[in-house]
Design a protein around this ligand. Sequence first.
Ligand code: SF4
Length: 364
Amino acid sequence: MATRNSPAKSAVLELVRIRQSLAAWYRRARRDLPWRHTRDPYAIWVSEIMLQQTRVDTVIPRYGRWLARFPTVKALAKAPLDDVLAEWAGLGYYARARHLHRAACEVVEQYGGELPADVAAVRALPGVGRYTAGAILSLAFGQREPILDGNVIRVLTRLHAIDEDPHASPTQERLWALAAELVADGDPSEINQGLMELGATVCTPRRPACTACPLARQCRAHATGRSETLPAPSRPTRVVAVEQVSVALVRDDKILLARRPPTGLWGGLFELPTDERRPGESLDTAVRRVAEERVGLRFDSWQPLPVFHHVLSHRRMTFHGAYASVDRGPVRRRGYDAHRWVTLEAARSLGISRAMDRLLSKLP
Ligand code: SF4
């Protein structure tokens, strides 16, 4: 006589099938990425931080370069922050590099340079959130810690046909619980990486490849024709328009770069003296004010640089660049914590933002 499983038993069996299918698919279909050849917690940590807001293709060469330059936590902690930011240049979201450096110093001071295999200790490090801690602990130490990033959110909301805004806090807690349920058995490293890989390559935001998906039989969104409409869109973020004025001050074929304070947007990075243009301010007034207020320098005439736009997640910046020769006279910084007169070539090898790099490329 055929026996029927109770709902609870069916749910457990379904979970087992999901884990098995996901792990088997991951072993078979995963991309060969450099950080998948290591279990070194530091190397995994670096890859996770780099991958947070940067595309895989961009990260691959930079990850290898970073590990060649800072091969251990101790090497990173010993390096000056300026060198660390210069090595990060072009990857964007520089707070990640500042945090990584500070966290490396803490790991050296508190744990002798070895990342602790303890989720609370790892989460207490600067720049390490719940997701990154889960990734380090599960991938490097094989611990049963869940992860939840954009890819995993997409897979789980579709798999369970969750209609609510995935970024609302009750939904987030539900998703974390579902992610934890998945790593409660099996190999947590394979399951977590399988979820991320599935979201990145199969369960993509548009046109998910459901026919090639190892979870298609268990997926409720697929069963109900909602694969492309889930997850529900979150409220759009408000983008603020900002006008920036940057002045390239030249003396003896060198330009002046000043370093921003360590916190806030582009903290710790060098830039041409820059400030926001005030409402109603003429460009000439703004250019002269920025040079005088920010670094205490004046000039008779200046040349404009081509205007360009630079978009960050919450800001659409319009950069008005200017170029002027200045005579002798001391630099009096306001709102900067260091400055250097450097050649254009040397300027581009300092830690500078991508916006500043674009601006420097427009200099005559
Ligand atoms: S079946 Fe489709 S929607 Fe469901 S998890 Fe797989 S790819 Fe995503």
